[in-house]
Design a protein. Structure first.
Length: 134
């Protein structure tokens, strides 16, 4: 793992949350993106070298909507940048971590992603991210 790529925050209302985080950081989001395969709208902020991803479910049965209904708004996951996601997935699986995907899937911000089950990582949902090379 190279670095923390971003921190994902689940929200009820993306527009209200964008306004709040714009005030907090002193600038607006640099990107908004819909990830239809995960039924989520995302909004990305940069603060220095750090990125924050706001996530709002687009349907009541989306993972994010269910998370917010059960736990409320707040930190959803921590994402780590990796050079070779398949190699990292194999390494972590061999080390005993439970993967939520057998293969990397397309995610927001031009990334291939894979999540680790929080039961295998002290209750923290971990996302692996690899830039998709064009």
């Amino acid at each position: 793992m190279q670095k923390i790529e971003h921190i994902g925050i689940a929200v009820k209302d993306l527009e209200k949350s964008e306004a709040l985080f714009s005030l907090l950081f002193g600038n607006g989001p640099y990107k908004r993106e819909m990830v239809e395969s995960q039924a989520v709208n995302t909004s990305f902020f940069k603060n220095g070298p750090n990125k924050i991803e706001l996530l709002q479910g687009t349907s009541d049965d989306s993972i994010i909507s269910k998370f917010v209904a059960k736990k409320g708004e707040g930190i959803h996951h921590i994402a780590f940048a990796v050079m070779d996601i398949k190699l990292e997935m194999a390494r972590l699986q061999e080390a005993g971590f439970k993967l939520l995907h057998e293969e990397p899937i397309p995610g927001a911000d031009n990334k291939l992603i894979c999540f680790l089950h929080p039961k295998s990582s002290n209750g923290v949902l971990i996302e692996l991210c690899q830039d998709i090379k064009s």
